[in-house]
Design a binder for this molecule. Structure first.
Ligand SMILES: [Zn+2]
Ligand SMILES: [Zn+2]
Length: 304
């Protein structure tokens, strides 16, 4: 069955039905498996060896071969999951964790995100580009992140945009710029540097939740200059190192909220929080991930 996005009958929620399970046969992301994967971009060392590499996700949330949108029906709303999904392999070494990498190495990962966002954002049928990093190692043990496009805008994102636009209409300023100004010096600030501020949000939803905001009004990672990208890498390393000491077990999700492709303006930010039992796609973008379709569940339970 092709992946499908289905909307709940009555509520705002979307479910992504994705029935393909990754093979647990050896590490697909290690350099030894290079031939088995399709590279889209990489950053290489002086000898031509890749340091960070993006590849087509073999177990994608969304896929370009799936039909564009739509099977319109007032009750059973579903969309084929058309889009692009890639995996960013963060390091050649199988066992290295993100916070163990140098800021320079993390900067390279962010530069790959920037390249992939630029490549994906003008493609057909792309409403949102999602970036998820977690260390649950559910699909692959090797440290990686997922970048993918969605053909719909989940309500969690719509709410952020509505709040941003309403605030701008009333105050003629950016909600997040004003929030940063308001929070400066508050007991919720963890640290700040020249370009970023890291706070524990006033309305936190998860344990050990933090948000990284650029101090400048930037709508996307692609707006940062090279120095700012390096500072963001330092910031991510700094906060993950702090969290590793106190968060037990050290399982986290890091979700990037960049400007949706058809939206005029936004102030990007990054949420990091202690992982719950929910999938990062649900926690980060409010989309349920289901490994069985309702039709196959019914078939199993019918017994035929
Ligand atoms: Zn590996
Ligand atoms: Zn702003």
């Amino acid at each position: 069955m092709q992946n499908e996005l289905r909307k709940s009958y009555e509520s705002k929620y979307w479910s992504l039905i994705s029935t393909v399970e990754p093979s647990k046969n050896g590490c697909f992301l290690c350099p030894a498996s290079e031939e088995k994967t399709k590279e889209t971009f990489s950053i290489k060392d002086a000898k031509g060896k890749w340091l960070v590499r993006s590849i087509i996700d073999p177990y994608p949330f969304t896929h370009p071969s799936m039909f564009k949108l739509k099977e319109k029906d007032d009750i059973l709303k579903k969309y084929t999951s058309h889009g692009w999904s890639e995996i960013i392999i963060e390091h050649r070494e199988h066992t290295k964790e993100l916070q163990e990498l140098s800021s320079e190495e993390i900067k390279n990962i962010l530069l790959v995100y920037v390249d992939r966002i630029k490549s994906m954002k003008n493609r057909e049928n792309v409403e949102l580009i999602g970036i998820i990093k977690d260390n649950m190692k559910m699909d692959f043990e090797h440290s990686n992140s997922k970048i993918f496009t969605l053909p719909i805008l989940p309500d969690l994102i719509k709410n952020k945009i509505d709040n941003f636009n309403d605030y701008k209409f009333k105050n003629e300023t950016c909600f997040y710029c004003d929030l940063i100004e308001r929070e400066k010096g508050s007991p919720r600030v963890i640290f700040e540097n020249k370009s970023f501020i890291v706070i524990s949000p006033f309305n936190q939803e998860n344990n050990y939740e933090v948000t990284i905001f650029p101090k400048e009004h930037y709508s996307c990672l692609t707006d940062l200059n090279e120095f700012e990208i390096f500072t963001l890498a330092e910031t991510i390393k700094n906060i993950l190192t702090r969290m590793k000491i106190v968060v037990s077990p050290f399982k986290y999700s890091m979700i990037f909220y960049i400007k949706p492709c058809r939206i005029e303006d936004f102030h990007f930010h990054i949420r990091i929080f202690q992982k719950t039992i929910q999938h990062s796609l649900k926690e980060g973008y409010d989309i349920n991930l289901c490994k069985l379709s309702p039709e196959s569940i019914a078939k199993i339970l019918r017994g035929k």
